[in-house]
Design a protein around this ligand. Structure first.
Ligand code: F6P
Length: 461
């Protein structure tokens, strides 16, 4: 295959704390390790003004090319348009979306800056794989600078229904940018359908069948590629985890009680206040579980400069304090709420110890925590996953206990059901989920996307 060039906002440069973050970064690091090539994006550093050229870090087989962003660019592009406009809109939270022309200009400016800095590093035969909502216009910018390479974009978030997208003043320009790629990849059929709806009814394009679309004079693929986790790794890690000190400390602290676990970035899309309310309802409705189960919510801080994220942090601190004050006892803390970050190998052990994994986002592109929880279970005595029907993962993990996160009664009932489910039923559901987790692995996702991309450019059939 030709050289692979991956572009994402976050770049996980080895040994660089500022640059490391998020499930996306982990997924891409693993994808690039096998192919080699370039990984281009923001360095994670904020400086007085944006860098005029990327910093190159050689780490064979990968060359990292990262750009420091100036405070104004960072505010308008990342905190502003990406995380206060596109993020809430793409997660169906229209009332939280802010439409600010200055931020939009900053978003376009940083995309143009990335294109100018990446262009000289490209060779004609490179395959370019772009990721996520921060850099939707990058492909069009690169084409403007004469890059005729094969180019695909994968959207890790949901793609909103047409009527929601129409609220964005710049929707037409963004949609048009998406059409300059050879492949636009989505997490679920739902997302692809929303995109195709837009193409058909707003862009006046055509859906040609066989995943092909024609709009704005271009023919390209719009296809579903559900992202997964590395095959076998989490299962192996969790098996080894019982030997770690963290595993034993958690076990000891539980004193024989059961554990329910949630692990999410502290983000309003993850449904954390709603989950706390559901847990409170669960304690009210099923008093037999009091002093028998603890709920541990790990919620590492995220996008802390964005006001909506500050607000949710305060809200959760209050809610967990209230539940503990009301239901706790001198020897039992109902909620363990932590904003600390844990290594994946430690989390694998925590997942394995938890009888219930609670993954109840209000909306989520995929949610790899759901898959990691499943993969970490002991096949002889697996825990049960309570999963929001609005997570992309619910399209695949249909054997989880699927819930509506807006309905706290439904979530409370599912918590009880998960804790009391027979071993036979747990094994049966887990076997089915594990089969899908293995089948739709990170490797499958990467290979299918890159294999399709290697066949570009596409012409009208
Ligand atoms: O999956 C969506 C996403 O925005 C990724 O692009 C990102 O790596 C992750 O969430 C974490 O968010 P952030 O980069 O804003 O910390």
């Amino acid at each position: 295959m030709s050289r692979l060039v991956v572009v994402s906002n976050r770049v996980a440069v080895p040994d660089d704390q500022a640059a490391r973050a998020g499930g996306l970064a982990v997924a891409l690091r693993e994808a690039l390790q096998n192919y080699g090539g370039i990984w281009f994006g923001w360095s994670g550093k904020i400086t007085a003004t944006s860098a005029t050229e990327p910093r190159i870090i050689e780490h064979p087989p990968v060359t990292y090319a990262v750009v420091d962003l100036g405070r104004k660019d960072y505010n308008e592009y990342y905190n502003g348009f990406a995380n206060r406009t596109l993020w809430p809109l793409f997660h169906y939270r229209m009332s939280l979306a802010e439409f600010n022309r200055g931020n939009y200009a900053g978003y376009l400016r940083v995309n143009a800056l990335f294109a100018e800095q990446l262009r000289p590093l490209l060779e004609p035969d490179d395959t370019i794989w772009i990721h996520d909502y921060h850099i939707l216009p990058l492909g069009k910018e690169l084409r403007r600078l004469g890059a005729n390479n094969r180019m695909g974009i994968f959207l890790h978030t949901p793609f909103p229904a047409m009527e929601v997208l129409l609220a964005l003043p710049s929707h037409a320009r963004l949609a048009r940018s998406l059409c300059s790629y050879d492949i636009v990849g989505f997490q679920t059929e739902n997302d692809r359908r929303s995109f195709n709806d837009y193409i058909l009814h707003e862009a006046r394009g055509e859906i040609l069948g066989n995943d092909m679309v024609r709009a704005y004079g271009r023919t390209f693929k719009a296809k579903v590629y559900p992202i997964g986790i590395e095959k076998g790794v989490m299962a192996q890690t969790s098996m080894m985890s019982s030997k770690t000190a963290a595993y034993r400390r958690l076990e000891k602290s539980l004193g024989g009680r059961k554990l329910m676990i949630g692990v999410d970035r502290l983000d309003y899309s993850k449904g954390l206040p709603e989950r706390m309310e559901a847990y409170q309802r669960f304690l009210e409705k099923f008093p037999q579980h009091r002093n028998e189960v603890s709920f541990m919510q790990i919620a590492p801080l995220s996008r802390s400069e964005v006001p909506e994220y500050k607000a949710i942090r305060q809200q959760l601190e209050t809610m967990s304090g209230n539940i503990n004050g009301r239901y706790g006892d001198f020897d039992w803390t109902p909620v363990r709420y932590l904003t600390k970050n844990f290594q994946r190998n430690v989390l694998a052990g925590f997942f394995r110890q938890a009888q219930v994994g609670v993954v109840t986002p209000m909306r989520d592109g995929m949610n790899l925590v759901a898959k990691e929880y499943v993969a970490s279970q002991n096949p002889q005595d697996p825990g049960m996953l309570v999963l929001s029907r609005f997570a992309g993962a619910a399209r695949e993990l249909e054997s989880a206990l699927l819930v509506n996160p807006y309905d706290r009664e439904d979530v409370a009932d599912a918590m009880d059901r998960a804790l009391t489910m027979s071993l036979d039923e747990r094994k049966e559901r887990w076997t089915e989920m594990m089969r899908i987790v293995d089948e739709q692995s990170l490797e499958t996702w990467r290979n299918t996307f890159l294999d399709d991309l290697s066949k570009a450019p596409f012409s009208t059939p």
